[in-house]
Write a protein that binds this ligand. Structure first.
Ligand code: CDP
Ligand code: CDP
Length: 223
């Protein structure tokens, strides 16, 4: 079996930042499953479908192709060959993605696509349900967390650097609401897998977290 590394955790815990660095260090393929849910949400918006209209959202799935291409900053995301890397990070998509991600048929469809990607190479995948549902046999499972205050601070700095408008209190409330929705949905909620290792990144730099997880991976690979 290929190597599979699953990184799950709440919003802005640092999953994608850490996963990209690990993938580059290890020469593994990185799959950002959050970007896939965001891309479906963008397709719903572009088709002028109400996010609450489950059957219309489901009908759209067959018309959605999602592709990733590596680039210097990590990777670019394409919706039907259109580069949507920046657009899927807009506030509107961020605030509606958890609604779309809660639909059973959306999850079944994307989980299938994610498992296909994992067939192809050694993989590092981040999301909410990778260790519990998508790749239950992953050799390494990390549950990455940080306090909600620190996660809001991180997102605030990131938005300011991108020139996006940001309000710290609003960001904190949005993150807490998304965590709540992701942890309380009926299907594949955000939950630590029994065999996942908890890594609390509060007060830790990116380098420190990379070092800690690299040691966990090295340890597993020796066995
Ligand atoms: O980067 P950020 O933490 O803001 O979120 P993301 O990883 O881009 O994921 C966006 C949303 O997609 C999450 O809030 C979940 O609602 C959903 N998601 C999911 O349900 N399952 C996954 N495996 C990944 C993301
Ligand atoms: O993917 P996820 O939503 O879990 O988080 P992310 O997008 O990787 O990280 C959110 C922000 O936190 C980014 O701007 C990272 O540079 C930053 N970060 C940090 O400051 N310290 C860490 N230990 C990890 C991430």
């Amino acid at each position: 079996m290929n190597w599979q590394i699953a990184i799950d955790g709440p919003a802005s815990a640092g999953k994608s930042t850490i996963a990209k660095i690990l993938a580059s260090n290890l020469g593994y393929i990185y799959v950002d499953t959050g970007a896939m849910y965001r891309t479906v949400t963008l397709a719903v918006k572009r088709a002028h479908i109400d996010y609450n209209d489950e059957s219309k959202v489901i009908e759209l799935l067959d018309k959605i192709n999602i592709d990733f291409e590596p680039d210097v900053s990590g990777q670019r995301v394409f919706l039907n060959h259109d580069d949507v890397t920046e657009e899927i990070r807009s506030n509107e998509i961020t605030n509606n993605v958890s609604q779309v991600a809660a639909y059973a048929d959306v999850r079944t469809d994307l989980v299938e696509r994610q498992r296909q990607l994992a067939q192809e190479a050694n993989i590092i995948m981040d999301g909410r349900d990778i260790g519990t549902t998508v790749l239950p046999l992953a050799q390494v499972k990390i549950f990455l967390v940080a306090s909600v205050d620190e996660r809001a601070q991180r997102r605030y700095k990131e938005n300011m650097a991108k020139g996006m408008t940001a309000n710290l209190e609003t960001l904190k409330a949005d993150i807490a609401l998304r965590d709540y929705k992701d942890s309380h949905r009926a299907i594949s909620p955000l939950i630590q897998a029994d065999d996942a290792i908890l890594v609390d990144t509060t007060g830790h730099s990116i380098e420190e977290v990379v070092t800690e997880i690299t040691a966990i991976i090295n340890d597993r690979q020796k066995k």
